[in-house]
Ligand binder design. Sequence first.
Ligand code: PA5
Length: 337
Amino acid sequence: MKLLSSIKPDNMRNLVTHFPQLLSTLQIESSILNTAREFHKEGVNGICFLGMGGSSIAGNYVRALLSKEAKIPISVTRDYLLPTHVDNKWVVIAISYSGNTEETLSALSMANEIGSRIILMTSGGKMAQKSKHQIVHLPEGLQPRAALPLIFSAVLPVVESLAGLKITNFQYLEEVLINKSNTWNEWLAPPKEIAEAFIGKTPLFIGARHLAPVAYRAKCQINENSKALAFHSELPEANHNEIESFVKTNGCSVLPVFLRSGLESTKINRRFDVTYDLYLEMGLSPINLLASGDTRLEEMLVLTHFLDMISVELAELCSIDPVSVEKIKELKHRLSR
Ligand code: PA5
């Protein structure tokens, strides 16, 4: 993990700049992939991710990406309780960067009680002490949300092994992301320009299919890095409710940001176009951000990298420290008393 020693964990811009390199930094131990392959041979009825906040989003990315190929249900739980449909034929992947998140630990102990097969990912804390399970050890000292590329690069091969699928090459993805980020200004816009458009507005990120979790991630990054309100939604569902909501926005100046894919089906493509026109006619000023990439995975990661950088630009424009998350810390502290 040579790269990590040159990354400054207290500098979010530096971390986000190195997003592509972080994708190929973690060398997952072969024993963990072998265990996942063993589970696959024994039979896996489903995969349930447990995690909160920055540690949970990788599960949504994997679910969106592999929902068809995996041929088994993949679910993401953000709660104290393990869903009742999860039994000992399922594999549970619990992720907590700190290893101390109480909701994740609670659902994990339920998975333990019912005898689910379990794989853990953490940088330490109580989770790291659960030595009877296979543990993917994450490097310490990062903000959980900045560890997404590391977590995702570990989680995807584990799930691919559990589902008997070919394993993704992250080295090649690193190159794709570096090349794309060198030309953001040409095919998208400078991230700072988009961040400037967010000032005084509340961004509403709207995605469909594989870009729906990217919209959620963008909302969370604006919340945590830029310390600003943001929302996310998903098409086609938002066409059946949210579209009616802009008459009375309670003083909020909403800025819809459509996350567009070059791989959209004809129906989704038309829906986005018609929704964009309607929002314009309602007096909103929607933005289209077109993901670039040859595959769904490339599009997801390229756009995530770009949107992560927007959250840093917005924080800096507003003189806000994108690293500190004082309220989250305070809340966890009070709950632990
Ligand atoms: O980004 C953050 O700091 C949070 O969203 C955390 O990820 C969340 O509170 C869960 O903590 P952990 O990732 O340590 O399990």
